[in-house]
Design a binder for this molecule. Sequence first.
Ligand code: ATP
Ligand code: MG
Length: 373
Amino acid sequence: MANEQNAPLPEGFEAGGYRIVRKIASGGFSMVYLAQDSHGQPVAIKEYLPSSLVRRAPGQLVPEVVGGNLPTYRNGLKCFFEEGRALSRVIHPNVVRVVNFFRANETVYMVMAYESGRSLQELVIHNRNRPGKRVLPERHIRKIFAQVMNGLREVHANRLLHLDLKPANIYLKKGGMPMLLDFGAARQTLTQDAPKLFPMYTPGFAAPELYKKNQQLGPWTDIYGLGASMYACMVGAPPQAADQRIKQDKVDTVLAGLTDIYTQQLLDLVHWCMKLNPLERPQSVFALQRALREPFMREGVETRSFLPLRWLEDMISPLRRRRDGRHTEPKRHHAPAHVPAHARVQAPALAQGEGNGVASQPDATLLAERKGD
Ligand SMILES: Nc1ncnc2c1ncn2[C@@H]1O[C@H](COP(=O)(O)OP(=O)(O)OP(=O)(O)O)[C@@H](O)[C@H]1O
Ligand SMILES: [Mg+2]
């Protein structure tokens, strides 16, 4: 078994034209450093260092691949590099900016623009400990996630999936603008060499299709993580893990207990994103964004967004009646009780061609399949 606590690169170490200042964070898959480029500008550098495969003692630079893990390590390294290269094409204010790559110490380094700030997880943890206050008010949740959705939409438009969406991977830059970090697709590919790196998804935030092999993954998989992250911002804790929900689902009960604090529309939206059946979730971020903007609808209450449709129907119906020679009442657009307006846009046909560049139907490039776990 590899050492969980690998040693970081020493301060002042230089590689690829950058100088390491200090370690910022370490996860199961990599280590992140604050560094400086040749002009003294700060950058964040992520080092591929999967803790279950390698060991690096203090004073060493090159990680030692333990046991028979070399093929897995190499495969992961290739995926880390490929994924980062794909990510470097995504240029969006709500997605971390990858600026360079280099090889050193028999591993790979991804260089990102450095942003000072803190993760959404840190904010949630800080806020949930304040007595008598809600974790995050609705207007903050809406503001943060509207921007996260913009970033995620751009990611999907580039035919990438995040696959590890959770508050820890949503970074709030100074000033509050959120940014997506830490894409998990490299880990995804590594599951081909499971079980060494499995499980690697965070329980509570991972969609149920990530638990099984040969599942179709798509925007709906990230949308589950998005819903679970909104849930965590409301409750102050991760939701029940998807595999537990299948046995006995407690998420609905928890959401139902929040009706005094959050609007029914937002609660319904989270509920929709967290549907266990991927087909019942929003199929695209575009559909989700539209739902977030729609006023909540209840039976018998028509909302502005449907008025143009009614107006059109009222115009067309008399003509249709005249043509058909019969008298029918124009159909009214009422939403059934407790069905949010956004449930109307679930059909894949609507999700397609909505300008996010992502097909809603299974697609060989977009839909990574988990194998071998
Ligand atoms: N571009 C950046 N600018 C500033 N800080 C960053 C940047 N990227 C990462 N960080 C810091 O490093 C922390 C961890 O980053 P990230 O989520 O990418 O890696 P990780 O979770 O440690 O990785 P893994 O799960 O792959 O092992 C972030 O919470 C943040 O504090
Ligand atoms: Mg992370």
